[in-house]
Design a binder for this molecule. Structure first.
Ligand SMILES: NC(=O)c1ccc[n+]([C@@H]2O[C@H](COP(=O)([O-])OP(=O)(O)OC[C@H]3O[C@@H](n4cnc5c(N)ncnc54)[C@H](OP(=O)(O)O)[C@@H]3O)[C@@H](O)[C@H]2O)c1
Length: 363
């Protein structure tokens, strides 16, 4: 099928379907102010599964609305304009941004500039602006095509790590001597460990599943790597926890072990989304505080300006991918059947070395 739209059951994320009426949506004439983009490629990681898990809480289902019980999980990727009723958004232009897992997406571009546009559709207006931004993807604007795959796979997660590292630095690492990262094998944690190791003088301890210990150790970016079952071997001292697993049991054990020596506890992810969510409260040590990358980015841009933010992020990103590109084995699928299979794999905790991508067949 050349037009497809992949959906998941919002309550049971492993149940999926294709919207059979989607071809009609794609073929309908454009209304004033609309543009149709062909979705060329995107990546899938646990981050996208979290969009489904937190879909109601944070509003991720609202980006590409579907009728219940279905929802469309957003992904990061590239798309090309195939029809446009908007001045400055031209057929053939390629954009990087937030897409549905579908062959096409309809957007309502506004705030059009030399860097791209923001989708201003009414159902997206109240959602974080970072997710409504479509960046014109030319080499001159910092999108060399040879980086496309790594950008889709890693850039949103690296950006989160960049923001976390900046927050830690601004807070003088909360006076901690070590940073503890759960789901140390995730791309978000790997990015943060890389940045802390490269630009900061602080000890980084990675916690991961037994099966992933060797892989995480082989990266050489953590001073110490331990399996969750071995966390009572960590030497206790002032520490800050960046919790990417979101596993209530692991978090409680870390708080118990470090107690008053845990000076900061940040809730970043929920990769262990099938674990028992019930957590006890209050926990000893610092109170767990949610971290949300778009809000932190807005704060940083407000304080230091957009240009400085872009330049610092771009410099650290190009340094990072020089190293990180060797960490992954890419698994690329090109059709809806392959997409469904990759989605199920990503939802089912695949080996961290695998990087999953969808790329549309050219032609
Ligand atoms: N707060 C924010 O603003 C923000 C921004 C970006 C990302 N995040 C969050 O950070 C998390 C990491 O995202 P990512 O894309 O970097 O992940 P990823 O690279 O796909 O992470 C893979 C790792 O996560 C764990 N995992 C994945 N699925 C699992 C499952 N079903 N059961 C148990 N463990 C599982 C495993 O790590 P271990 O074995 O090491 O536990 C696995 O190796 C996500 O929850 C994401 O939403 C949050």
């Amino acid at each position: 099928m050349s037009e497809f739209s992949f959906r998941v059951d919002r309550m049971r994320l492993r149940e999926t379907s294709f919207d059979l009426g989607f071809a009609d949506t794609v073929k309908a004439p454009l209304k004033a102010g609309e543009a149709m983009l062909r979705v060329d490629a995107f990546a899938l990681t646990a981050n996208n599964i979290t969009y489904g898990v937190a879909g109601d809480q944070i509003g991720y289902w609202q980006f590409f609305p579907q009728t219940l019980p279905w929802g469309q999980i957003p992904v990061w990727g590239f798309g090309t304009v195939i029809a446009s009723d908007v001045e400055g958004v031209d057929v053939g232009q390629r954009f990087y941004g937030y897409f549905p897992m579908a062959s096409h997406v309809l957007v309502e571009p506004g705030k059009v500039s030399a860097h791209g546009f923001f989708c201003q559709a009414s159902h997206r207006r109240d959602l974080p602006q970072a997710y409504n931004q479509y960046s014109l993807a030319t080499a001159e604007l910092g999108f060399p095509p040879e980086e496309d795959r790594m950008r889709m796979l890693l850039n949103p997660l690296f950006t989160t790590a960049f923001l976390l590292a900046a927050q830690l630095k601004d807070a003088h690492y909360f006076s901690a001597e070590s940073i503890l990262l759960t789901s140390a094998s995730s791309k978000t944690a790997m990015s943060l460990a890389y940045l802390l190791n490269r630009y900061h003088d602080i000890n980084v301890i990675g916690l991961t599943s037994e099966a992933n210990v060797d892989f995480v150790q082989s990266l050489g970016i953590y001073q110490c790597v331990l399996a969750y079952d071995a966390l009572d071997q960590i030497v206790v001292g002032p520490a800050a926890l960046i919790d990417i697993a979101g596993n209530a049991d692991v978090r409680a054990r870390l708080h118990d072990r470090f107690a008053e020596q845990l000076y900061h506890s940040s809730l970043v992810g929920i990769t262990h989304y099938e674990a028992d969510p019930g957590g006890r409260a209050p926990l000893p040590g610092a109170r767990p505080t949610p971290f949300f990358a778009p809000s932190q980015a807005e704060k940083m841009i407000k304080n230091g300006g957009q240009d400085r933010f872009r330049a610092e992020l771009a410099a650290q990103w190009s340094d990072f991918i020089g190293r990180a590109k060797d960490w992954f084995e890419l698994q690329v699928v090109n059709d809806p059947v392959g997409l469904e299979s990759v989605y199920q794999q990503v939802a089912g905790n695949p080996p961290p070395k695998n990087g999953y991508l969808f790329e549309r067949h050219s032609g």
